[in-house]
Design a protein around this ligand. Structure first.
Ligand code: PXP
Length: 240
């Protein structure tokens, strides 16, 4: 199965915002990387607009020709964005506004009634809903019970454990993915995936639907250039 590569462009906005001008040009970047063979664009428009702004989120929706994935905590602001734009995918994350990055998934058991309502609302806009979770069977089953179309497994632990013992690092991800597949949900993954650990993850979970990658991919592009970097990531996912 082909795995979609969705590029998270938050870091390009971070760099642009550091000077307040329009360098690098985020929209040009989005246009260009779509020509280099990626399958989606991801943004995480946080309320403090420290990287992707609300304006960016709407502007990018006009130029995405691949799959648009908008991530965020599902508050009223987020729901309005999704209802206006109706992206292909919305990924809901549990984090509070002040975290540096989303570093844990939902407890889909404890938050079940909240999530059922939110997911129903987001799906009513025709958007696929992916829910960010840690790789635990009970959270996968909980995601299914809440009506999610997709799960995104938080791979932060995988990336650190991989350095110690790669056989062991993948086990809970494989089990959680198999459970997701059994329940007919697409399985996505993201966080700290990079050119060292991506190939192994894909080789063990071949039916992976999408990976969403930002930090490492944008950092690699400083050395390799963005077109070459994308080629390298696509090769890790078995694209020729
Ligand atoms: N998935 C989610 C839900 C995220 O919040 C992020 C970071 O914004 C990513 C994937 C991508 O992680 P990274 O930038 O480490 O590749």
């Amino acid at each position: 199965m082909k795995t979609r590569l969705s590029v998270n462009v938050n870091k390009i906005a971070t760099l642009r915002n550091a000077r307040g001008g329009n360098i690098p040009n985020l929209y040009q970047f989005v246009n260009d990387i779509q020509k280099f063979g990626i399958h989606g664009i991801t943004v995480h428009p946080r309320p403090d607009e420290r990287h992707i702004t609300l304006k960016d989120t709407y502007e990018i929706s006009k130029i995405v020709k691949t799959n648009y994935n908008i991530e965020g905590y599902p508050d009223d602001r987020f729901i309005k964005i999704i209802s206006d734009i109706k992206p292909e995918q919305a990924t809901i994350v549990p984090d509070t506004h002040d975290v540096i990055t989303s570093d844990q998934g939902w407890d889909t058991v404890k938050n079940k009634s909240f999530l059922i309502e939110i997911i129903k609302k987001l799906k009513s806009f025709g958007t696929k809903v992916s829910i960010f979770i840690n790789p635990e069977i009970e959270y996968v089953e909980g995601a299914f019970d809440c009506g999610a179309d997709r799960i995104e497994l938080y791979t932060g632990d995988y990336s650190s454990d991989y350095l110690q013992d790669k056989n062991n690092s993948i086990k809970k991800y494989l089990n959680a993915s198999l459970k997701g597949k059994e329940l007919n949900m697409d399985v996505n993954a993201g966080h700290d995936l990079n050119l060292d650990n991506l190939k192994y993850f894909k080789s063990k979970i071949s039916f992976l639907f999408e990976v969403s990658i930002g930090h490492a991919l944008i950092s690699d592009s400083i050395y390799y250039g963005i077109e070459n970097t994308i080629k390298k990531y696509l090769a890790e996912l078995n694209y020729e």
